[in-house]
Ligand binder design. Structure first.
Ligand SMILES: Nc1nc2c(ncn2[C@@H]2O[C@H](COP(=O)(O)OP(=O)(O)OP(=O)(O)O)[C@@H](O)[C@H]2O)c(=O)[nH]1
Ligand SMILES: [Mg+2]
Length: 263
């Protein structure tokens, strides 16, 4: 499973990525740049540990999650549709983790000039929605052209037009596409058509030390954690603490020796 970590610039994406993967990717400004760090993390599972002890196999393989820290999505990114490279990266993800800044700091600039978690969630989710709306409108235009020209299968065209009009209606009503129901056939039709609001999103409120979770109502599931503190804990020796996740195999960041499962 691939999870993409997104959020406004300087919200703490790389910090949370490091916390989840015990990585030490540099948490530096990269405004306007598309940047990605990836790491594969074993999902700790005590059941696997028990079975492994019982049967003593040559290899014990845990379920794996790939985390990708994807910088580059900002307010305004979707105006003309999210750029190809970034969209391609986002499309490869099974679900998204949206990091939202809650911590206050005079040393770290906020792209909007102030800390406001609800505004930032809405800003990022509208970028995804706008991107899908543009993609769906383009598809509907292509379908209309095909109809004019003739030559293509009329039933396929009619079926797709009906589906994409339904998507268009939902997006125009500000509704993400994950909220719609699809037939098996429609799922198949859409699987090769990258639509970002069909992906599940977990919102992570990145709190400063001692801060409590913001009192906001969201349509998305959310968790609140102190990203910087979690990163520092995760970077300690795995034998001394568990951090946010289990053992790691790194890609693109420095490899570290983690040979013991953390329970
Ligand atoms: N004080 C404080 N600083 C934090 C916290 N979390 C992150 N930071 C700082 O905020 C800055 C940005 O954090 P990053 O994790 O690099 O943020 P990012 O979203 O990856 O940033 P870009 O990749 O540049 O968009 C860094 O200097 C972090 O040390 C926090 O909880 N408290
Ligand atoms: Mg970063």
């Amino acid at each position: 499973m691939k999870l993409g970590i997104i959020g406004l610039p300087q919200s703490g994406k790389t910090t949370i990525f490091n916390a989840l993967t015990r990585g030490n990717a540099p948490t530096t400004a990269s405004a306007g740049r598309i940047e990605v760090h990836q790491a594969v993390v074993d999902v700790p599972d005590p059941r696997v540990d028990v079975l492994s002890k019982m049967f003593n196999p040559r290899k014990t393989i845990y379920a794996k999650i790939t985390y990708a820290d994807i910088a580059g999505l900002e307010s305004g990114s979707a105006k003309g549709g999210i750029s190809g490279q970034l969209l391609n990266l986002l499309n490869q993800m099974d679900a998204l983790i949206l990091v939202v800044r809650c911590f206050e700091s005079d040393l770290v600039m906020h792209p909007q000039g102030s800390v406001n978690p609800l505004r930032d969630v809405e800003m990022m989710t509208s970028e995804l929605l706008l991107n899908d709306l543009i993609a769906v409108e383009r598809k509907l235009e292509r379908l209309a052209e095909e109809r004019k020209k003739g030559g293509t299968d009329k039933t396929v065209n009619a079926r797709q037009t009906e589906l994409f009009e339904r998507l268009h209606k939902a997006l125009s009503d500000n509704k993400p596409l994950r909220d719609l129901e699809y037939t098996h056939e429609e799922e198949k039709e859409l699987s090769s058509f990258g639509l970002l609001t069909r992906k599940r999103i977990l919102t992570v409120f990145n709190l400063g030390e001692g801060q409590t979770a913001p009192d906001v109502k969201l349509d998305l599931p959310s968790v609140a954690l102190m990203g910087k503190l979690e990163m520092e804990i995760a970077q300690l020796s795995p034998r001394r603490c568990g951090g946010l996740h289990g053992r790691v195999r790194h890609q693109g960041t420095q490899p570290q020796p983690h040979d013991q499962p953390v329970v």
